[in-house]
Write a protein that binds this ligand. Structure first.
Ligand code: DOR
Ligand code: ZN
Length: 344
């Protein structure tokens, strides 16, 4: 039996939502991961330190008894964000980072940033405070092809931003292209990238395999297979520049299986299983711990989780969906399929 023991991993990019859906999904992340960076794209968004502190309490109340889990909070950057509140929230230990959504890029991003010029004072304050900026890297102009939005963002927005704020720590979230991988590598030391399970597992053909697959629709969208291969090489390189960030993004089943479906893959229940299969296929299980448990804390300046967990090669079926009492169901990654790895 193949077994692998590693420090308890962290998830550096999750969507927990709020209310009943939050209470249904938090246990999956809390059982598998020591900490998670929590995205602030609620309605209304988590824009201030006070809102983040209150949201953190609601998340902690949803953690199952006996489970130790730390949510790391982010603030949603808007054109009107107050630099003093953001850096004070960081100094007080409430805010770990700030999330930049270009306005209209994805779910609940309508209050996002309209131009980098509008948020210069916040970025300058964060640079001075050593507070990381987490970026959804897609341009949003309607004429730009949806498959080109990340590469265009790197060229048009990210490179100028990195040059303007040379001391700002930046994470390019859910990297999906070779161009995204390259910009992270070129700015090693101040930059990192998270990679989702679905972008390592699938290319864009999977969206249309035998018919349209709404549960694989996410943003940034799956790309062609050359990009998937670049992401696999980046995740398994062992250089610590890329780390685990699932972008688990639960949406009720009926809001995905519809004429205009929501973007997001709910991967929390099977994320480690997915990443382990990819690392196994790449012959890189010896570098799994760097990606899952070591590189993220190193970038964020946090200790590695002290406990160790063991996983083994043992297949088991995955439920078709999880229940949100009173609201409906959410279909997880690999729902109704079999996974090859299980926790011991
Ligand atoms: O697919 C996505 N879903 N991408 C995002 O950037 C946001 C997320 C969500 O919140 O649903
Ligand atoms: Zn996300």
């Amino acid at each position: 039996m193949t077994r692998l023991t590693f420090h308890r991993p962290d998830d550096w990019h999750v969507h927990f939502r709020d209310g009943d859906p939050m209470r249904a999904v938090v246990p999956f992340t809390a059982r598998a991961f020591g900490r998670a960076i929590v995205m602030p794209n609620l309605t209304p968004p988590v824009t201030t330190t006070a809102l983040a502190a209150a949201y953190r309490e609601r998340i902690l109340a949803a953690v199952p008894e006996g489970v130790t889990f730390t949510p790391l909070m982010t603030a949603y950057l808007t054109d009107g964000s107050d630099p003093a509140d953001i850096v004070a929230g960081h100094a007080d230990g409430v805010l770990t980072a700030v999330k930049l959504y270009p306005a209209h890029a994805t779910t609940n991003s309508q209050f996002g940033v309209t131009s980098i010029a509008a948020v210069r004072p916040v970025l300058a304050a964060m640079e001075k405070a050593g507070m990381p900026l987490l970026i959804h890297g897609e341009v949003t102009r309607a004429e730009v092809d949806v498959f080109d939005r990340e590469a265009r963002f790197v060229e048009e927005v990210l490179l100028p931003l990195l040059a303007d704020f040379p001391g700002l720590k930046v994470v390019l979230e859910h990297v999906t292209t070779a161009e995204g991988v390259a910009v992270v590598k070129a700015h090693a030391g101040r930059m990192a990238g998270t990679i989702t399970p679905q972008h390592l597992l699938y290319d864009r053909n999977a969206l249309f395999k035998g018919g349209i697959r709404p549960h694989l629709y996410c943003l940034p969208i799956l790309k062609r297979s050359t990009h998937k291969l670049a992401l696999r090489a980046a995740a398994t390189a062992g250089d610590g520049l890329f780390f685990l960030g699932t972008d688990t993004a639960p949406h009720l089943k009926h809001t995905k299986e519809t004429a205009c479906g929501c973007a997001g893959v709910f991967s929390a229940p099977t994320a480690i299983e997915a990443y382990l299969s990819v690392f196994e296929e790449e012959g890189a299980l010896d570098r799994f711990e760097i990606f899952a448990s070591l590189a993220g804390p190193a970038f964020y300046g946090l200790p590695v989780n002290p406990e160790r967990v063991t996983w083994e090669k043992r297949s088991r079926p995955v439920a078709e969906a999880i229940e949100v009492p009173g609201a409906g169901e959410i279909v997880p990654l690999f729902g109704g399929e079999t996974v090859a790895w299980s926790p011991v």
